[in-house]
Design a protein around this ligand. Sequence first.
Ligand code: ACO
Length: 322
Amino acid sequence: MTFARIAGTGSYLPDNIVTNRDLEQRVDTSDQWIRERTGIEQRHIAPAGQTTVDLAEQAALRAIEAAGIKSTDIDLIVFATTTPDKVFPSCACILQARLGIQGSPAFDIQAVCSGFVYALATAEKFIRTGTSKKALVIGAEVFSRILNWEDRTTCVLFGDGAGAVVLEASEETGVLSTHLHADGRYEELLHVPCGVANDFDAVKAGKAFVEMKGNEVFKMAVNTLGRIVDETLSANQMEKSDIDWLVPHQANLRIIKATAKKLDMAMDQVVVTVNRHGNTSAASIPLALDEAVRDGRIQRNQVVLLEAFGGGFTWGSALLRY
Ligand code: ACO
């Protein structure tokens, strides 16, 4: 049996850090409110001119180096983002050219905060079926560009960044299962209400902003993530105690703690970056994974659960034997 194994991870954050105190100067908020409700203390914000692909390129180079391969060994690029550089071509194609790769399939996936899990699940199918041998899977965002910096209910929550993994075919171990879901009925609870084909004038006027009914999204996220955890364990006939690490999407520390509690996991088995990164949407899981791999917390052969919930609604999980 062929598995898709993570051969290397990489990530990149813009240098510029914006603290909660900085935001107190811009909107009617407080460091205390943001910390207590979300766990966020700071976020990285890309300067004007630095794009999603710019961040992704750095993360990709680090993942490729960690995997011990050359860029030209990559035969598939799957790129999760909601904040692409251009309407077209895709970020995957722009990145492919920058990495000096020609001819491989390369495409973007848009599932907002669940984007990386969707991208990983997609690339994994290419590898399992023998279509690809070495896939580059990216989650990268400049979410700061779609925030209304006068709306305190959203602008304090998000940040920019990129994460990447190289997935390669392996006979031994890798992704054990992936689980993807969506329910489009909740579109209006979390969305940017304009786009190319709908109210493009608002986009051109620089008013393409995230709108969220945070409280309702919060309840849905906690319940749905509880269910996806059960689904993943049961598909693998595993017990909660079989999981070594939880690498959750980093939207809110309270949501992360609720999922850890559901799994009977202590918080020192959970990789948390939301305090330093905020919610980086599709980038949050590969950023957290890379951090915990590089600092030695996540070791080969350990069982790692990735899970995410985001706009769409979309949600999903991936269970790995790392
Ligand atoms: N500073 C100070 N006060 C604020 C702020 C702020 N930044 N934002 C909102 N408030 C106020 C509200 O106006 C409200 O005041 P009121 O009671 O006078 O009306 C009060 O704080 C409580 O607001 P709630 O929205 O009920 O606060 P809640 O405890 O739900 O926390 C939060 C809000 C942090 C957004 C939370 O609901 C959340 O994390 N939701 C889920 C987000 C998420 O997971 N999104 C999915 C992924 S993102 C994606 O896919 C793009």
